[in-house]
Design a protein. Structure first.
Lengths: 252, 382
């Protein structure tokens, strides 16, 4: 039996396939402009890989969760991330998920989500913010986080992404080097995450999920800001889809 | 199952907007008010009609923003927007307005609104915890009474005040009984219907007719309970909704919670149970009794506001609540800051899951609100 978790976020779609107890495949693709189209591509790709989607249990999560017609159930990304991190780490932890359009802090206690907070309505502190800023600087996100490590510890104070962009442009105008501007950009995200972390009960461990978990420089800078070594896992970007697949396995 | 009387309750919206016009044409005096701190008894004792004014819809906000700043609480913008656009029949037909200095936003907005119609502002103390506040608030009651006596050229007697107090206490008792029906597990009424029935009371031009509809609703709901007919099944997580007031047009968080499968069993906010908890003491001097009752309202504009924690605690126990949701409007500093205290109390003392949702009246964050509501309900279920 195959259990499939599909996490359609605002930027990327993540898919995890369990063959009974163990992970068989993980893959990701850009969400693009249509979640419905994305979910169709995912289905084709699964079937090309020899998986009978109609005979499998499918749970969809993320903002595009309602656009997966072959999903038996939709579950929010909060519960799925909790379940996924429980699988990857297996202990009490505070999860930081920096997504494309929101940042979530989730408390996992005894394998259950007991509290969560979301930074939304505003792009500040999200992946989208980072993407826009990287564009302004003419680099990709990986380059931006690496440059940030070398830069001076300056701050970008605007909470609004649009104003922050103006602030970055004025720093460019003043001749501030790109590394320091990058550092300022990362500081604005880690600072936002740090203040969200203080709004709820924090476990000893902090675990990062989402696409940024693959950026070592970012994890280093986030750890410095938060004051503990932020942990992650090579599959942490798939935490949501792993959780969804596990929850699919729990379906009757 | 939804009680049939709910249709009559819903129809009140249309009926009341006609009745207010008729009352005005008959020469009845109308006092418009906004807040649970407003002593409607004094207006009733002046043979006037007391009505709540509109302020729960997004519609007039754009117009309000021509004058007011955008980053202001939606309730204040909506109230002002309705006033300047003449879209609220209750505002339109009001002879005088009663306002209170509950928060800075409202206080300053009222200065602008006061240019449209005669307005009396009651100066609300900042704390309910000392003798001076009560004495001060009693004087404010007297000032409002004098204002109406002058405006309407009449005398408000103690006897009239006592009658009005008895009438409003009867209304409170009826609404309190209605609210308490949802302490039954499973709840016989949806939170949406409860909100509607509680919220609409303010617009009742004919108080007696309003009370009898509520009594009919209580009877039918009780019959449903005895027949085993409920709004949700036993497994639905039971939620207490606290925080800022809601009405038709600003119910999106309540709706999202129930659409996610929760049963909102208790509305602690001021459009729900908050104003019903304490009655006016009928044995005391009417002005003193009114001052005591209204000053005891556990609103976030007071410092401290531990009475709110006490009320949440009592309701959580009585209504067998599984989780607490605190709704706060953007730029409502008092409720937004107090949310920290409420969260601590709910999680540490009551040991219950808690979620704050900060939003406004617009549909711009419907997706995000839905995710939060669903995620919260999931954490209560798993």
């Amino acid at each position: 039996m195959h259990y499939i978790g599909i996490d359609i976020g605002s930027t990327a779609a993540k898919v995890t396939v369990f063959d009974n107890e163990k992970i068989m495949d993980n893959f990701t693709l850009p969400t693009g402009w249509s979640s419905v189209e994305t979910s169709r591509i995912i289905k084709n790709r699964l079937e090309d890989g020899g998986i009978e989607v109609e005979k499998s249990k499918v749970v969809a999560t993320g903002y595009g969760r309602i656009s997966v017609p072959y999903a038996e159930k939709t579950i929010t990304e909060i519960s799925c991330h909790g379940e996924g991190v429980k699988y990857l780490l297996g202990e009490d932890v505070t999860i930081v998920d920096i997504g494309g359009q929101d940042t979530k802090i989730i408390t996992l206690e005894n394998g259950r989500v007991t509290d969560f907070i979301m930074n939304d309505k505003c792009a500040a502190g999200t992946g989208k913010f980072l993407e826009l800023m990287a564009n302004t600087l003419g680099v990709d996100i990986k380059e931006l986080t690496d440059m940030a490590l070398e830069g001076r510890d300056i701050s970008i104070t605007s909470m609004c992404t649009v104003f922050a962009e103006s602030e970055v442009i004025s720093l460019i105008g003043q001749g501030t080097d790109r590394s320091s501007i990058s550092r300022g950009i990362i500081n604005s995200i880690t600072g936002r995450v740090n203040s969200l972390l203080h709004k709820q009960v924090r476990k000893d461990k902090v675990f990062l999920t989402g696409g940024l978990c693959e950026m070592e420089s970012f994890i280093l800078l986030l750890s410095q800001k938060v004051g503990v070594k932020v942990e992650t896992h090579k599959l942490a970007r798939y935490a949501g889809s792993i959780g969804a697949a596990i929850l699919a396995g729990n379906l009757e | 199952m939804r009680p049939k009387v709910m249709e009559e309750v819903e129809a009140l919206r249309g009926i009341n907007s006609v009745k207010i016009k008729e009352a005005h044409e008959e020469g009845k005096k109308i006092v418009g008010m906004y807040c649970v701190f407003s002593p409607s008894e004094i207006a009733l004792a002046a043979d006037a009609i007391s009505v709540t004014l509109c302020g729960t819809s997004q519609d007039p906000i754009e117009e309000a923003e021509k004058t007011l700043p955008r980053n202001l609480c939606p309730l204040i913008k909506s109230s002002y927007g309705f006033a300047v656009t003449d879209k609220c029949p209750y505002f339109y037909f009001s002879d005088v307005l009663l306002a209170e200095t509950t928060c800075d936003g409202k206080k300053k907005m009222y200065e602008l609104m006061g240019e449209i119609k005669p307005m009396h502002i009651m100066n609300l103390p900042q704390t309910a915890n000392d003798e001076d506040s009560l004495e001060f608030w009693e004087k404010e009651m007297v000032k409002f009474k004098n204002f109406l006596e002058n405006q309407f050229s009449l005398e408000i007697t103690d006897e009239k005040l006592s009658d009005a107090i008895k009438l409003m206490n009867r209304e409170r008792k009826a609404l309190r009984e209605l609210h308490s029906l949802n302490s039954h597990k499973p709840a016989p009424l949806s939170g949406m219907d409860m909100m509607l029935a509680q919220w609409l009371k303010g617009f009742n031009v004919d108080k007696e007719a309003g009370i009898s509809i509520i009594e009919k609703l209580i009877q039918e709901t009780k019959d449903n309970v005895s027949k085993g007919l409920f709004a949700f099944d036993e497994s639905a997580p039971r939620i207490l909704l606290t925080g800022t007031p809601i009405g038709v047009g600003s119910e999106k968080v309540l709706r999202a919670l129930e659409e996610a499968g929760a049963s909102v069993v208790a509305l602690e906010n001021c459009t729900g149970y908050k104003g019903l908890d304490v009655l006016v003491d009928e044995s005391k001097d009417p002005i003193t009794a009114l001052a005591e009752k209204y000053l005891s309202t556990p609103c976030s504009c007071m410092t401290d506001n531990n009475g709110r924690l006490d009320l949440i605690g009592r309701l959580c126990e009585e209504y067998k609540v599984d989780g607490v949701v605190d709704l706060t409007w953007q730029a409502c500093h008092t409720y937004n800051i107090e949310s920290y205290t409420v969260k601590k109390y709910v999680q540490e003392q009551l040991k219950l899951p808690f979620m704050q949702v900060e939003t406004d009246y617009s549909d711009s964050d419907t997706g995000q609100v839905k995710v939060r509501a669903e995620a919260f309900v999931e954490t209560l279920k798993i």
